[in-house]
Design a protein around this ligand. Structure first.
Ligand SMILES: C[S@@+](CC[C@H](N)C(=O)[O-])C[C@H]1O[C@@H](n2cnc3c(N)ncnc32)[C@H](O)[C@@H]1O
Length: 279
């Protein structure tokens, strides 16, 4: 299946994904007011607390798919706002993303979460580990004929999350992770740009006995459109996808591309109360 038509109309940022530092990536993302990692924090923090309650664990292990330079984990572990990171990496002397000014090391770091990451970018994974943003990581493309290598990631994780990555990854990656973690059955929290149809992923996860629901009261700003062409093309895709009046309303475009939130949990397990967060 894949999302080739949708990806064809999206602006490409590949040049910024595989650098030795996040400076260029953050500069480019900031110019488009990229904000999905920030906007996902409330939900992710809520899921962390719920997982602690359900499992009795003190430390929740999170696998971030398409973790890039570890931005989401930095926001959560150091309790930062994205604006603070944008400013930090925009400072003079951060042009190589050097962390040796001790700023990160001196920040209070949460002890109740561990982050692990997957990304196709070996440089981004290396940076995320060396900066202490993630505990372990794997540079791999599970969309291709590659598999999850045991030993490179924890044997068990509690939550799998993705922001800004569905589209690059499909049901193939999520199916392989569901297979790899079929005993632990982590919750899967997906922030999905509205142009991408989640159904193939939901179907793949159902084969592993997952039930997926989406938060219909809320959409999440991801980033501004790069230009009018992108906005026009996205509008065309969304108007084809919207079947009902409420979908038309949800897909209504402002100046931002927006994401929906989907939560996939094992059928039979008590449903998370995440949907109470915004009601
Ligand atoms: C828009 S960035 C999002 C980064 C991060 N999740 C965030 O929200 O800040 C997309 C990321 O997906 C990664 N990516 C692209 N294709 C991938 C794949 N097949 N598997 C894993 N990661 C992939 C890119 O290298 C990039 O780091």
């Amino acid at each position: 299946m894949g999302y080739s038509a949708e990806n064809a109309i999206k602006t490409k940022f590949d040049h910024a994904y595989n650098m030795t530092s996040p400076v260029e990536y953050l500069k480019e993302m900031r110019s488009l007011d990229y904000q999905i990692p920030e906007n996902s924090k409330t939900i992710l923090n809520f899921l962390i607390e719920e997982k602690k309650q359900c499992t009795g664990k003190d430390v929740i292990k999170i696998l971030d798919i398409g973790c890039s330079y570890g931005i989401l984990s930095a926001l959560i572990k150091f309790n930062l706002d994205l604006e603070v990171l944008y400013n930090k990496y925009n400072q003079k002397g951060m042009d190589k993303g050097r962390l040796d000014d001790g700023w990160f090391r001196n920040l209070p770091c949460r002890k109740d979460v561990e982050f692990h990451g997957i990304d196709t970018s070996a440089n981004a994974i290396e940076y995320s580990i060396s900066s202490g943003f993630i505990e372990s990581g794997l540079a791999v493309n599970l969309e291709m004929e590659e598999t999850v290598q045991s030993g490179k990631l924890p044997d068990d994780v509690d939550i799998i999350v993705s922001t800004g990555c569905i589209g690059y990854i499909t049901e193939i990656t999520l199916g392989k992770l569901a297979e790899h973690y079929k005993l632990e059955k982590p919750w899967i929290a997906s922030f999905v740009l509205q142009i991408f149809d989640f159904e193939p992923i939901g179907d793949a996860l159902r084969r592993y006995n997952y039930n997926s629901v989406y938060l219909d009261q809320r959409k999440f700003r991801q980033r501004k459109f790069k230009n009018q062409n992108e906005k026009t093309s996205v509008t065309q895709i969304l108007s084809k996808r919207a079947e009902t009046a409420s979908e038309k309303e949800r897909f209504l475009l402002e100046e931002f591309m927006c994401a929906d939130f989907y939560l996939s949990q094992p059928s039979g397990e008590a449903k998370s109360n995440v949907f109470s967060v915004f009601t």
